[in-house]
Design a protein around this ligand. Structure first.
Ligand SMILES: CC(C)(COP(=O)(O)OP(=O)(O)OC[C@H]1O[C@@H](n2cnc3c(N)ncnc32)[C@H](O)[C@@H]1OP(=O)(O)O)[C@@H](O)C(=O)NCCC(=O)NCCS
Length: 152
């Protein structure tokens, strides 16, 4: 299987609608929509992973204005039909390598307490649980805040 990770800096109409649809399918009301996807592409970082010629996952990052060497992983997903085949692991490690090359020192993210799949994936990639954040995204939306240090 041929996988490749690509940063999208601009989205054509087809990509925009496709990625919006996938975000909605996966994250429902928390999905990144057509108004924000281009903002991530231009001012944050938007990555996709291709299997052959199909996009099978996506990830969005913001950077920290106070500490430009720190980034926040806003969204990370592998589309459902491609899950459980090691794509998430491969995608995440590829992103980590890219960010290291850009001298990024820290990645932070939040994860739903019930999302064991994602939690295990991050843990296995070296992320550590930094804190429990009650009501991070509103009442009842608790999260773990996790971080990965990229410094040697
Ligand atoms: C989380 C997600 C990205 C994992 O992608 P994936 O391609 O299925 O993951 P992989 O096949 O590479 O598995 C990687 C690791 O994830 C964990 N994992 C995957 N599926 C799992 C499951 N059903 N139960 C528990 N852990 C699981 C394991 O640690 C696994 O490593 P292992 O195979 O060595 O045990 C994917 O399920 C997804 O997109 N989910 C919906 C969106 C989401 O929750 N994103 C994270 C938001 S914080």
């Amino acid at each position: 299987m041929a996988f490749r990770i690509k940063q999208l800096k601009r989205l054509n109409k087809k990509q925009l609608l496709f990625l919006e649809k996938k975000e909605e399918e996966i994250f429902h009301s928390a999905g990144i929509n057509r108004y924000l996807l281009p903002v991530f592409a231009k001012y944050g970082k938007l990555f996709v992973i291709y299997k052959d010629n199909n996009i099978v996952g996506m990830a969005e990052f913001m950077s920290d204005w106070g500490d430009i060497k720190k980034v926040y992983l806003v969204g990370f997903s592998v589309f459902s039909e491609y899950q459980r085949h090691g794509v998430g692991k491969r995608f995440l490690s590829g992103l980590i390598e890219r960010l290291k090359k850009e001298n990024i020192e820290k990645i932070e993210l939040t994860v739903d307490l019930a999302n064991k799949k994602a939690f295990n994936l991050y843990l296995n990639a070296g992320f550590v649980k930094k804190e429990f954040s009650k009501d991070e995204y509103g009442p009842g939306n608790d999260r773990y805040i996790m971080e990965l240090s990229l410094k040697e």
